[in-house]
Design a binder for this molecule. Sequence first.
Ligand SMILES: [Zn+2]
Length: 203
Amino acid sequence: MGALASVGAVREQLRPVASHRASEPDPNELAARSPAGRVLVLNASFEPINVCTVRRATVLLLKARAEMIERGPLGLRSERALHDRPVVIRLVAYVRIPRDVHRRKITRKAVLARDSWTCQYCGAERGALTVDHVIPRSRGGESVWENIVASCAPCNRRKGNRLPREISMHPRTAPRAPGPTVFIRVASPRIPAVWEPYLAQAA
Ligand SMILES: [Zn+2]
């Protein structure tokens, strides 16, 4: 059975690309072979900055603007060479990421991910989590990262329109704009295991 499986694996590796036009690997074929269809992009400093498609990653690799850090298990034969499916790539040149890039994208999902899906008032995990304005909008609170936290529904109701000091409900962690790792987690429903070490290092 094991021998049969390995023969199958070799056949899978050597199967030619049906629709390739040039000597380069067909990005669509590469994408189809990637379970998540996504590639983690690291800055030259190894900080995770983005998620891109296999097609985009392949272009960056072919242009030598990125290097392969982690590759998928299956190669792909083209006329020139056996190409590996990128899973993690690293940009050759360091890209400055302005912190402001992420400030605009305040979504419920991103707030909950930043706060590890934990109510910032009572510490409850899971359940019906909402987002709460620490300083209520009716009291002049703004819709900015520094004023929005994850809150369970009971805490949100209890706090109502009051200021934190009026009801002694203070966020456990001072809210702030999250780094790119949070957006990578929000953008990827399933985080491949091979990405985790890079994301953990940055968190
Ligand atoms: Zn709570």
